[in-house]
Design a protein around this ligand. Structure first.
Ligand SMILES: *Cc1c(COP(=O)(O)O)cnc(C)c1O
Length: 348
């Protein structure tokens, strides 16, 4: 077999225009408290970097299990949820069977399907960005082995109906519910569904709540299923620094992170209220840490914002998302500057 099969792949790229205010990658805009950073440095100074880290991440899994009120053996950790998405694609999809996911959604599902060489079944969304199964045939579903649903969805920010997701799982399709943004949502999570099923798993990540830089993804499954998935991952995928930083933040920094999440949620509401005032802008109600808006001349506004030092994500390059922008919620000060700049550009 030749690698030419994959010559259409492109390295993952994010917009890197050097802007003072970065509202483009759905990160937590707040820093960790300095005291916590110092605690991390103290612990780092003692790490035997010549040795392999704990391959089972025992302490870290215990802390995550406590926070999620589940058991450590119901958890598999990955180098970001990206790694877990790729791992699931390798082990839970079958040759010549579809991988199903909505469109638009997080691009990694498609990329992983392409890498492993699986056919793709893309589910369109309705005008309200709900799943639209009406065009999908029974035969197609019978030929589907794996499904991914980001809930809340990226880039639209809404939450798909759990009943629709269950309907897919009930066909026997291995179903992944990616809850990367669930901390910003008032809607119930799906951990119980995962724990009760042999073919439903939930994904979480620390990336959107303050630790994108350490790459820690979390998979939750029934313990027998988690054990199988855990046996298929790379043995030392969670590095010493990642284990230590995550352990420290989860044991000493959770109340601060929870405060930051609360602020992001109330800032999201403030941005939503401010943007809905403009008559020609459509703002999608969001359960995540970003807003998805439709605006005339999105390309121009995106470029003008960059020139003003503000980077948002331009979704216009995707065929179905012409004139859509995705704006991550920033700090109150960043949001003030964004709104002021936006108002100036809009009235020009
Ligand atoms: C950002 C995002 C992730 C992040 O994955 P990590 O690899 O953990 O940083 C996963 N799923 C969705 C839907 C996302 O938007």
């Amino acid at each position: 077999m030749s690698l030419q099969r994959l010559s259409f792949l492109k390295p993952y790229q994010t917009e890197t225009s050097p802007c003072k205010i970065k509202l483009s990658s759905n990160e937590n805009p707040f820093d960790l408290p300095i005291s916590l950073n110092e605690r991390i440095l103290e612990k780092m100074a003692k790490v035997p970097f010549g040795r392999y880290p704990d391959p089972a991440s025992t302490l870290l899994k215990k802390l995550i299990a406590q926070r999620m009120e589940i058991l450590p053996d119901q958890i598999v950790l990955g180098n970001g949820s990206d790694e877990l998405i790729q791992l699931l694609t390798i082990i839970a999809s079958e040759q010549n069977q579809y991988i199903l996911y909505p469109k638009p959604t997080f691009p990694m599902y498609q990329v992983s399907a392409d890498i492993v060489g699986r056919p793709k079944l893309e589910i369109p969304l309705t005008k309200a960005f709900e799943l639209d199964f009406s065009q999908i045939s029974k035969e197609q579903l019978q030929k589907t082995s794996l499904a991914f649903f980001a809930r809340p969805n990226n880039p639209t920010g809404n939450s798909f109906s759990v009943d629709q997701i269950k309907w897919i799982a009930n066909q026997g399709i291995f179903t992944v519910i990616d809850e990367a943004y669930i901390d910003f949502s008032q809607k119930p999570h799906c951990i119980d569904m995962a724990i009760e099923s042999d073919h439903i798993v939930v994904l979480r990540t620390l990336s959107k709540i303050g630790l994108a830089g350490i790459r820690l993804g979390i998979l939750i499954a029934r313990s027998d299923i988690a054990r199988i998935i855990d046996s298929a991952r790379m043995p030392f995928n969670i590095t010493y620094p990642t284990q230590i930083i995550a352990e420290t933040v989860l044991s000493e920094g959770l109340s601060e992170i929870n405060n930051q999440i609360r602020t992001i949620i109330s800032e999201r509401q403030r941005l939503f209220n401010a943007l809905t005032i403009y008559p020609s802008i459509q703002v999608v109600p969001s359960d995540a840490n970003f807003l998805f808006i439709k605006i005339e001349n999105a390309d121009q506004i995106h470029q003008d914002l960059i020139e003003a030092g503000i980077l948002v994500r331009n979704m216009s390059k995707y065929a179905s998302l012409k004139n859509y922008l995705r704006i991550s919620v920033g700090t109150p000060k960043e949001n003030d500057i964004f709104l002021k700049t936006f108002d100036r550009l809009y009235s020009e």
